[in-house]
Design a protein around this ligand. Structure first.
Ligand SMILES: [Zn+2]
Length: 271
């Protein structure tokens, strides 16, 4: 599943190709994504100039002046750059065709992605309005995390993955940040004190940042929009390392299930 670093890597890769460019046409081959793609979308997009490409959580926001194209990669989506001669394949559901011939294509085999249009402030869209602070924003820190977790008795790992608490921290990065802070993922969130919240907020930022620098992780078939696979995967401390020795203490990494997701942790380093 594309996580925040993959979305941000995609955004950074696309900005130089898209911003300031005019859209010639939009092609919708499959309207049945997680929500139906609006029927009039090609009409709305044709002739518009992309003024900016922003991100909020895992949503990409294409500012087209008169409105915003909101795109989410869902479970299996990725955007890649083609040209108008490249034939579309089975799972290529949506194309943005620029006047210069560049095509930005959404490939999404599981069709859990979203392609929507919103007039007015995109942050007021119902899907975006309730999202918590961006992990990189200065306003997200230990104090904010401490406040947000006081009445949460659920396990800290599940609380971190709740986008109302902080935007876009998925399974991989929740596992990695908890290891780096030495926190057992099963600890009830409200029992984590000030100092540990501070450390956790700092490590969430650090983990996501290093993944972005590495170009996102290359799990499944994720490929950055420049066509290069990311290589953050090789830097995982716990994720996907069940039974292997902890890189700090040598204890075997344990795997458990939390909310249908795999959790990996070191029983010795994480208390
Ligand atoms: Zn350890």
């Amino acid at each position: 599943m594309p996580e925040l670093p993959e979305v941000e890597t995609t955004r950074r890769g696309l900005v130089p190709l898209l911003v300031g460019k005019r859209i010639k046409a939009a092609v919708v081959r499959h309207h049945g994504l997680r929500q139906p793609v609006p029927r009039n979308l090609p009409k709305l997009l044709a002739g518009a100039t992309i003024r900016n490409l922003a991100r909020r959580g895992k949503y990409l926001l294409f500012d087209c002046g008169k409105g915003t194209l909101i795109l989410h990669l869902g479970m299996s989506g990725r955007l890649w750059v083609a040209n108008k001669a490249t034939p579309a394949e089975k799972h290529d559901h949506f194309d943005l065709v620029l006047e210069n011939g560049t095509v930005v294509r959404l490939r999404d085999p599981r069709r859990f992605g979203l392609v929507l249009w919103h007039k007015g402030d995109p942050l007021s869209h119902p899907l975006l309005a309730g999202i918590g602070p961006e992990p990189f924003a200065p306003e997200f820190d230990g104090a904010v995390l401490y406040q947000a977790t006081r009445n949460r008795s659920a396990a800290i790992k599940q609380v971190l993955m709740d986008s109302h608490v902080v935007a876009g921290v998925g399974n991989i990065y929740a596992n990695e940040a908890l290891f780096r802070s030495g926190i057992n993922p099963r600890t009830p969130a409200r029992r984590i004190g000030h100092e540990r919240c501070k450390s956790l907020a700092r490590n969430i930022k650090k983990t996501l940042e290093s993944a972005i620098v590495a170009g996102g992780s290359s799990l499944r078939d994720y490929v950055g929009s420049d066509g290069l696979a990311g290589n953050f995967q090789s830097q995982f401390m716990v994720y996907g390392r069940a039974g292997k020795p902890c890189q700090r203490c040598g204890t075997k990494i344990r795997e458990i299930r939390q909310g249908q997701r795999s959790t990996y942790y070191c029983p010795r380093c994480q208390k």
